[in-house]
Design a protein around this ligand. Structure first.
Ligand code: NAD
Length: 257
């Protein structure tokens, strides 16, 4: 997966899958523009990256100004944009009767509007180059209903289904322009997502969640972020030159049951 010299934007790069993806892409020789709303942890990711000249841009990627600034920073510094990893996202566990319309807008904003905005602002450069690859983080939650701790993940699931559909729709629209768009659908992956969803849950309940996820997975364990990063790197690379409009499901067999 030679990504030498490729210019790639990664959102949500301060933690978990985004951090592992940034590390993998940098080790494959890419020039990165990394983003996160958490500036302190973003700087720590930046310090771990191989190579030099990577850019960091702190900001809320559900806001158009951030998406626009990411595309501008890549173009002004590197002169092109070869890849976008729409990774920033939050988990959300609430039954529908508990979800206010403000909650709905906030979660859809972070998980889905962010992907729409970033794609919107990188596609003009990719069209000029007649080359580009976009990867949206979908999930096993794109496909099935799910409950956690006795409550639904309905709102999260809707956003992840949207991430997959956006990949398909952009893929067919821009295939003739040399732009490939795909999704990666991870199963349970050991990151800070569960802590970020509820910092007050406590270590014991968190451990129970991971154990439950592992036992629901045919491989008998959850993923580590580098395993998902490898899938993302593949889709960004020329190794995936005939792959567009699809999802790479990396779920340890969860959806095969
Ligand atoms: N961990 C899993 O089991 C799993 C499974 C399937 C899909 N995913 C998806 O993978 C992606 C990464 O999740 P993760 O598990 O690494 O979670 P994580 O919580 O460890 O990392 C997510 C990162 O996104 C950042 N972020 C949140 N809101 C943001 C915003 N508005 N603007 C910019 N950055 C923001 C967070 O600060 C954090 O650094 C998400 O889209 C998630 O839905 C995760």
């Amino acid at each position: 997966m030679d990504l030498k010299g490729r210019v790639i934007i990664v959102t949500g790069a301060a933690s978990g899958i985004g951090e592992a993806t940034a590390m993998r892409l940098a080790s494959e020789g890419a020039h990165l523009v990394i983003n996160d709303i958490n500036g302190q942890d973003l700087r720590m990711t930046g310090e771990m990256l191989k190579g030099s000249g990577h850019l960091q841009l702190e900001g809320d990627v559900s806001q158009e100004s951030t998406a626009k600034a990411l595309a501008q920073a890549a173009e002004e510094t590197f002169g092109r944009i070869d890849g976008l990893v729409n990774n920033a996202g939050i988990h959300y566990i609430h039954d529908i009767n508990e979800i206010t319309s403000d909650d709905f807008d906030r979660v859809v904003g972070i998980n889905l509007r962010s992907m729409f905005l970033c794609a919107k602002h990188v596609i003009p450069a990719m069209l000029r180059q007649r080359q580009g690859s976009i990867v949206n983080l979908a999930s096993i939650s794109s496909y099935v209903g799910q409950e956690m701790e006795g409550k639904s993940t309905v709102l999260y699931n809707i956003t992840k289904a949207g991430a997959l559909q956006m990949a398909r729709s952009l893929a067919t629209r821009y295939a003739a322009d040399g732009i490939r768009v795909n999704a990666v659908s991870p199963g349970a992956t050991h990151t800070n997502q569960i802590i970020h969803e509820n910092p007050n849950r406590g270590a014991e309940l968190e451990a129970q969640i991971w154990m439950g996820a592992a036992s629901a997975t045919p491989l008998g364990r959850v993923a580590v972020p580098s395993e998902i990063a490898a899938c993302i790197a593949f889709l960004l690379s020329d190794e995936a030159s005939f792959v567009t409009g699809t999802a790479l499901i990396a779920d340890g067999g969860y959806l095969a049951r």
